[in-house]
Design a protein around this ligand. Structure first.
Ligand code: DP6
Length: 396
């Protein structure tokens, strides 16, 4: 393609949300954004939750910029700058090797992003956001780096983002190097390995969260006396057990570990000075509902987990869909998010089910999102770019 000073180069990618089953909470270096412990997550389907980002660059652009859902966002912060610098350095090395390439590494970048879910509602939007940011620029620059190599960059944008560069079941290995270069994500198993894993998300609040994860985890590391035991003893053992449970598709162990780790994470939050509360009464009602579903089933068929906000994510295996979703549907009958394909789910409670365990949940959920495990970032055809011919965001 003949280029001129007004040529706009662009590439578009989507990236998924991931919800950890072994939580990242705590940093060893805020500069490198390296974690105190490894973590492990499930990547969710992009049909329901994803960020789409068009990365564009041109000699005509005056400054770097980011538009998210139509609003401009600051990219002068150290995290965005670190991602830009790393990606530009990789592009520059390519250009140095092949001088016929256009000098994209010297051009300003415009990033246009859209989420198909509420931003900052505790639904890991920063994870999908930074993963799409890095993937789209890597595609624009035609970089050959692997997703693990790109995860090293995404980690510097937001820790959990490094896990959103893969589909399926993903570990973020904390690494041991001082420069943080081995603190990267690897895929434990693709989504096809255990494609029947589903997630019911009970959206309790669409509001922006109170204490950001970054400041919350800093406070926990500085003040919680329970925390060192979690980071150095509890989580390393759980990581190994969780990998084994996933490889063996052992849902009961997966569920036990997921719930224990969510509770451990929220326990160190409570142990922080001053204490941090992410779960609220509705979150605790979701815990009770899941405990009752499991008690009544006589085994663990559902697993709750909560991030830095009140929303509940409930994992289950499709083979147990009816026994897990029946009670949840009964409790949230008038809540948006139950599509027709779930109309067959029977809300008659099984024999012996303690209905009182569901009562506190009713009325406290604003939306239900029914989704499942899904793939990693996807490249999007050029014609679906979110920019117009001048490089500005297209109206939504
Ligand atoms: C509770 O990745 O948002 O969701 O690295 O400071 O951007 P920063 O933190 P972030 O933390 C996510 C924490 C969590 C647990 C998890 O996803 O593992």
């Amino acid at each position: 393609m003949a280029s001129s000073s007004s040529t706009i180069y662009h590439a578009t990618a989507t990236a998924p949300v991931n919800i950890a089953v072994i939580k990242y909470w705590g940093k060893t270096s805020t500069k490198l954004n390296t974690p105190t412990n490894s973590s492990l997550s499930v990547t969710l389907s992009q049909d329901d939750l994803r960020t789409i980002t068009t990365a564009s660059c041109s000699a005509a652009f005056k400054s770097d910029g980011l538009w998210l859902n139509g609003d401009t966002h600051d990219v002068s912060g150290a995290r965005s700058q670190a991602c830009f610098a790393e990606l530009r350095a990789l592009r520059k090395a390519k250009e140095d090797n092949d001088p016929s390439l256009p000098p994209l590494s010297t051009y300003k970048l415009h990033l246009i992003s859209e989420n198909n879910f509420p931003t900052a509602a505790g639904l890991a939007s920063s994870a999908a956001g930074f993963a799409a940011f890095v993937r789209a620029i890597a595609d624009l620059y035609e970089l050959n780096e692997s997703p693990t190599e790109l995860s090293r960059i995404a980690r510097q944008g937001s820790g959990s983002a490094c896990r959103s560069l893969f589909g399926g079941f993903v570990a973020w290995e904390k690494g041991i190097r001082d420069d943080g270069n081995d603190s990267v994500a690897i895929q434990i198993a693709p989504e096809s390995h255990w494609s029947t894993i589903r997630a019911a998300i009970l959206v309790i609040s669409d509001a922006k969260k109170g204490v950001s994860s970054t400041s919350g985890m800093q406070a926990t590391v500085a003040t919680s006396t329970l925390f060192p035991n979690r980071a150095s003893i509890v989580v390393p053992a759980r990581m190994e057990a969780m990998k084994k449970a996933i490889i063996e598709r052992d849902f009961e162990t997966f569920a036990e570990l997921t719930m224990a780790d969510s509770n451990s994470f929220h326990a160190v939050c409570l142990d922080t000075v001053p204490p941090i509360f992410y779960m609220n009464d509705a979150s605790r009602a979701a815990v009770r509902a899941v405990e009752e579903i499991n008690r009544c089933a006589g085994k663990k068929v559902a697993a709750y987990t909560f991030d830095a906000g009140p929303n509940a994510v409930i994992y289950y295996d499709e083979e147990n869909q009816d026994i897990v979703l029946g009670p949840l549907k009964k409790a949230t009958a008038n809540t948006p998010g139950w599509p027709d394909k779930y109309s067959h789910i029977n809300t008659t409670l099984p024999e012996g089910f303690n209905e009182a365990a569901l009562t506190p949940l009713s009325g406290s959920i604003s939306r239900v999102i029914l989704t499942g495990v899904g793939p990693g970032p996807l490249e999007v055809p050029k014609e679906m770019a979110l920019i117009d011919a001048a490089g500005n965001p297209k109206p939504a």
